[in-house]
Ligand binder design. Structure first.
Ligand SMILES: Cc1cc2nc3c(=O)[nH]c(=O)nc-3n(C[C@H](O)[C@H](O)[C@H](O)COP(=O)(O)OP(=O)(O)OC[C@H]3O[C@@H](n4cnc5c(N)ncnc54)[C@H](O)[C@@H]3O)c2cc1C
Length: 251
């Protein structure tokens, strides 16, 4: 009885919410997809780095927005959690299906302009807010800040945004330095990998030195895997670096 009542209460909570329609879906691996959602009949305003709240069958979860505000659709990079409540339902979605969407974006994981050097650590889907921030900054033609983006994943096909970010870094070298890193270089799935290796928490201190960052003018951001965040935070805050983070789940 309890579960029936819970499900009913959830349905009631989202029944009157606006909907967003799935307009594009690209599956990168069995458990990673990028979807584009079109809010139906209203304008969804957000700042780069914020998240939206999407739902199916009354089950709602937070999703960072990878697109920038000037883009027509909300782009979301989603990881399947096989035992999860919502993501297995999202994996069943086809083009044209809709999800509930809370009308207001949330979150304070934004670009902080009190620094001009921004070292960003993102694991797998945790790269999403940084993609939005970088796309928006470049779109607006802003200058005077530099993003150093370290993107980490176990396997090269989980990086997903690496082609875009490498291209942006090549075209806007004064704004973006991009380093993708793979943590399991010896596995067959990574045989083609020639880039950086190691978990972000194990390489962050090296890159702080390599990038020659100025501590008074740098903010370090971390997003995604809570273990990477906790470990990186301990390492860099112990030596005085300013820090901000967004955890996607609790361990
Ligand atoms: C601010 C914020 C932004 C987020 N942005 C994104 C995003 O851009 N993309 C995205 O895919 N997810 C994002 N998440 C996570 C998302 O909200 C859901 O938690 C996730 O999709 C799992 O939902 P679920 O209902 O399938 O699993 P649940 O039923 O909620 O979770 C089942 C269990 O899995 C754990 N878990 C949740 N996510 C993961 C994961 N990725 N890997 C391993 N264990 C996990 C939970 O802690 C829980 O113990 C974000 C979370 C927050 C708080």
């Amino acid at each position: 009885m309890t579960s029936v009542r819970t499900a009913t209460a959830r349905r009631d909570r989202t029944a009157n919410l606006p909907r967003a329609r799935l307009v594009e879906r690209v599956d990168y691996t069995d458990d990673l997809m990028v979807i584009k959602m079109e809010p139906q009949g209203f304008e969804f305003n957000f700042k780069p780095g914020q998240y939206c709240t999407l739902g199916l069958d009354g089950i709602e979860r937070a999703y960072s927005i990878a697109s920038a505000p000037h883009e027509p659709f909300l782009e979301i990079f989603v990881e399947l959690v096989p035992d999860g409540e919502l993501t297995p339902r999202m994996w069943q979605m086809d083009i044209g299906d809709t999800m509930s969407i809370r009308p207001r974006a949330k979150g304070i994981f934004l670009m902080d302009r009190t620094a001009t050097q921004h070292l960003m650590l993102g694991t797998v889907t945790g790269v999403a807010p940084f993609v939005s921030i970088v796309r928006d900054f470049i779109h607006r033609g802003h200058t005077g800040h530099h993003f150093y983006l370290l993107e980490g994943a176990s396997y090269l096909d989980e990086l997903v945004y690496d082609t875009e970010l490498a291209s942006t870094a090549a075209q806007h070298s004064e704004t973006l330095t991009f380093v993708p890193a793979i943590s399991r270089p010896t596995e067959e799935r990574n045989a083609a990998w020639t880039g950086a290796t190691g978990r972000l928490n194990n390489i962050v201190a090296d890159y702080v030195k390599k990038f020659d960052l100025n501590q008074d003018d740098t903010l370090i951001y971390a997003c995604g895997h809570p273990g990477m965040i906790e470990s990186s935070r301990e390492i860099v805050t112990a030596t005085g670096w300013r820090w901000t983070e967004e955890r996607f789940w609790k361990e």
